[in-house]
Design a protein around this ligand. Sequence first.
Ligand code: PGA
Length: 249
Amino acid sequence: MAANWKMYKTRAQARAFVEGFLPRLTARDVDVVICPPFLAIETVVGLVGGHPVAVGAQDVYWEEEGAFTGEVSPAMLVEAGCHYVIVGHSERRQLFGETDAEVARKLRAALGHGLVPILCVGETLEEREGGRTEDVVGRQLELALADLPAPAGQVVVAYEPVWAIGTGRNAEPADAAGVADFIRGVLARYLGGERASRIRVLYGGSVKPANIGGFAARPEIDGALVGGASLDPASFAAIVAAFSEPGGA
Ligand code: PGA
């Protein structure tokens, strides 16, 4: 279960969140990741030590170092305590013009430094209405994953239909499960069935405590990438708890 805070929370606000969240985190059988803005990463890392919570970044650049004003390298993220990094979020693709080729480079750079990329894929409303969801998602996966070296490390895939992100309009769990199943089939094609079966496929897009149960009930969906509803400790804790198995607390 991953929290994507986007451009929300100063360090003081991040601290207040973690202090409110940890006492509410009872599940021990769910992997939890918090992705704060770059500047709050070290604050969160310093507070979650000893708890089953990992920290991720929201983006990364693919070069090791150099004259790339404003960018952050994989090694910098690792040193700051990150284990995960979101790659190819639709806001990066749409607002900042990130291409599939750039997403692929970021994915490889993250893997090369032992970071687990959370690769985001998903169709726009127009693409969905045109019946092109599988074409679009399949192409995004193919361009990111083709020719990945065999022991490349762990990858997480987040299916995030663009029309569901931040709109309050979530996908139907059955539809999301269908796309998650399709994604696993594509992963099997590129990475082999055994490896594909171990990859977690998350759903993201207007997840909240009131609708998470429908996604958690779907075996095709292994977790969620949560934006708006991850900003409040009680709300994110309730979402995490929905993916805990009986006896996992
Ligand atoms: P949302 O964002 O939960 O606010 O829709 C999800 C995401 O962008 O990862």
